[in-house]
Write a protein that binds this ligand. Sequence first.
Ligand code: CP
Length: 309
Amino acid sequence: MNPSRPHLLGLEGMSAQRIKLILDTAESFKEVLERPIRVVPTLRGVSVANLFFEPSTRTRISFELAEKRLSAELVNLSSATSSVLKGETLKDTARNIEAMKVDIVVIRHSAPGAPHFLARSLQSSVINAGDGAHEHPTQALLDLLTLRERFGELKGLRVVIVGDIAYSRVARSNIWGLRTMGASVALCGPPTLMPLGIEEMGVEVYPHLDQALPGADVIYVLRLQLERQRAGLLPSLREYTNQWGITAERLAKLRQEFIIMHPGPINRGVEITPEVADGPYSVILDQVTNGVAVRMAVLYLLSGRKHEG
Ligand code: CP
């Protein structure tokens, strides 16, 4: 890995101090986003390439908005419109980007480790925008910011992550980030979608929602990753919804106050009902709003530039 350039590849191993710096910086950028003119010249002259080899709505748009708000120069590449369709390898794509002198590369890829590969191959800083089922660090950072805004601090929170843990990069990054910041994490989902040995990450595991949900400050609902499922892991979608779907009836049994989170996109009526997703406990759109400020903070901190406000 190129030591001269900083990267954001994951939250595994990131210190509490570094996470706090990113969240504090994101808070200061939220103030910029509330001004009538939401653009600052901080990254003028910095070039950013957004390489999206998998579909994305929230991550892609919020990176692009973050780059525009910081006055960076940006280029977008997606697998549907790139020479990847003609058989070009990731290594060759990377070498061509290098030749164009890009400062920061944002990459989403279906292969775990693709951002790490680029970080070893390029002089640019690399940001992981989601690599297979491995990590999605900026999603977890925007989730941490949303929680800190709601609860004041992260230490002592009880977060229950529900659903398809096996295929979830969001779960993995959130577990690293939440545990580092002193929150407790419980996982609940079908045993077939629960990785063996996941308890070693310092989490509790429950097969049934009725055991997991009491006492939760946060119910974090994951998308059932239908496109990554191998056959035979679930009896049926209806059975999944019956056992692990977050419904108003299930929430009505809880005695404590709580909030509902989801990284999106939502399978409405599968892992969560529309009534809950759009209901009073939901902070799902606050998560999306915070995505722009968090990505501004990450881009800014990696660039090494000075922010004049
Ligand atoms: N949460 C998330 O990564 O959403 P997108 O796939 O739309 O970017």
